[in-house]
Write a protein that binds this ligand. Structure first.
Ligand code: GAP
Length: 473
């Protein structure tokens, strides 16, 4: 594992949490009841940013590719699905309790400092327990040396279908969207005219009873995934893996993450999930002590899932290749993307502070989200210089013109002084502000202010929608 580079960025997780709450991106879940730990609700701007992320992903990786189709499967699936996928037996994290303060930890995380991340991830619970005992490790929470042995803890949330407990069926909330695509693979093949190689994309909620959630929305109990299962011949799997690795890099570039904050990490053999032959993570350099952590994953799942489902369901899931006159179980390459981690890294990467002066020449710090215009919640804001009927009438017409012509979300703000309104738009990442002033009444023009450079130019109101449309793609 490479060294942790010194992290001198202006942004901190605390600043993003505060900005998210202040501006309506993310609120603590069940806030008026004091919150429910590690649950978050996405506010008016958060829902726009998430939708823009999901829409861009869907357009880029599903709709614009002729070899891809989509699916929206249920969160609840037949319990046999999770036996076949081996999540019932294998989807475990090693857990350690502190007998004194009752805090819980992932045993591998506890041993990361001592063994390094890769080594810690490969140890059995017995080995971890022995190392914790030998080193007489202290509880990171209370400092007492009263840690229990490590034991496996299944991360799937379960519930029951049916009102009477004796006859109810135990079901799980899906811990990944992937299984829906394996289970519906035969129906998709029969109805979509796709041939191997082809893929299925899906965006949806997943649930994990994480032992150590935290770091804002980085690790939560309820989250959203954007996943692809790409079906290939076994021989073609290594080349398709490389091709998807490149496509994932294109996505990272598209959403504007800085190259120096993203790296690729190959999993060691012992670290691989139970279904994977090869896994590579895209990692992001989070600020502060968090450092490099998984953003996305790419796995070669071989024919593990289709084989398991074929055996457990008794349904033949083999593929017949007419041209080659051959029958086989396809291999699967799986690029997987977390919506919440995309959301978080987009905010972290876009955050900037600039020393500048306010409209009266007083020094101030400008907080600006240099977010890609494609993802920005509002693409533009229309601001009448003063709340005067002659100005607001023109501004409202311009707002309608921009919204109708471009179909994107535009903000309208006539409250407070213009300096404060610019700062608000900077902080929520709005790329352009159109200001209607008294001259506009005479010359039919407005001032457009660019978020990043703060430069201003004068354009005809009649040209405004063409101006905007050309700058937000
Ligand atoms: N189908 C494969 C799979 O689920 P994973 O690496 O466990 O693989 C995929 O999860 C992605 O889902 C991760 O790269 C991450 O972006 C996101 N993710 C996983 N667990 C998460 C959690 N507890 N909170 C937020 N995002 C999570």
């Amino acid at each position: 594992m490479s060294e942790q580079p010194e992290n001198r960025r202006t942004v901190t997780m605390e600043k993003i949490v505060a900005l998210s709450k202040r501006r309506g991106f993310v609120f603590p879940g069940s806030d008026i009841y004091g919150g429910l730990a590690n649950t978050w609700d996405f506010g008016p701007l958060g829902v726009e940013l998430r939708n823009n992320i999901k829409q861009l992903w869907w357009q880029t990786l599903v709709q614009r590719r002729r070899d891809m189709v989509g699916l929206d499967a249920g969160i609840l699936m037949h319990p046999h699905v999770w036996e076949a996928s081996e999540h019932v037996v294998n989807f475990n994290d090693p857990l350690v309790d502190c007998k004194t303060c009752k805090a819980r930890f992932r045993a591998d995380t506890l041993l990361e400092d001592k063994l390094g991340m890769e080594d810690a991830a490969t140890r059995t619970p017995e080995e971890m327990s022995a190392i914790i005992k030998d080193a007489n490790l202290a509880c990171p929470n209370c400092g007492n040396r009263t840690l229990t042995d490590a034991r496996q803890f299944n991360m799937m949330f379960s519930t029951t279908i049916g009102p009477v407990s004796e006859t109810s069926t135990k079901v799980y909330l899906r811990p990944e969207t992937a299984q829906g695509m394996f289970v519906q693979y035969k129906n998709i093949l029969a109805t979509s005219r796709q041939k191997v190689p082809f893929g299925v994309g899906q965006i949806g909620k997943a649930f994990r009873n994480e032992i150590t959630p935290g770091n804002f929305v980085f690790r939560v109990l309820e989250f959203e995934q954007m996943e692809i299962e790409y079906f290939v011949t076994p021989e073609d799997a290594p080349a398709q893996f490389e091709s998807w690795l490149a496509s994932m890099q294109e996505w990272v570039d598209l959403i504007g993450l800085k190259p120096e904050h993203v790296r690729v990490r190959e999993h060691a053999a012992e670290e691989l999930s139970h279904y994977s032959d090869r896994t590579v993570d895209y990692e992001y350099l989070f600020p502060g002590s968090m450092g490099w952590k998984e953003l996305y994953g790419l796995a070669n799942r071989t024919d593990f899932d289709l084989r398991q489902h074929q055996e457990h369901s008794g349904v033949d899931l083999s593929y017949f290749d007419q041209a080659a006159n051959a029958r086989y179980l396809p291999y699967v390459i799986e690029p997987t993307f977390g919506v919440d981690r995309t959301f978080l890294t987009v905010l972290l990467d876009a955050y900037d502070e600039e020393e500048t002066t306010d409209v009266n020449g007083k020094p101030e710090t400008r907080v600006v989200l240099r977010i890609s215009p494609r993802l920005a919640p509002f693409k533009a804001a229309v601001l009448p210089l003063a709340k005067k009927p002659e100005l607001t009438a023109v501004a409202r017409d311009l707002f309608d013109q921009l919204q109708d012509a471009t179909g994107v979300l535009i903000d309208y703000d006539e409250t407070s002084n213009i300096g404060k309104r610019y700062r608000r738009q900077d902080e929520i990442g709005t790329p352009f502000c159109f200001t209607v002033d008294f001259d506009s009444l005479a010359d039919g023009a407005v001032t457009v202010r660019d978020r990043d450079s703060m430069s201003q130019e004068r354009i005809a109101i009649s040209e405004a929608s063409v101006y905007l449309a050309g700058r937000i793609q």
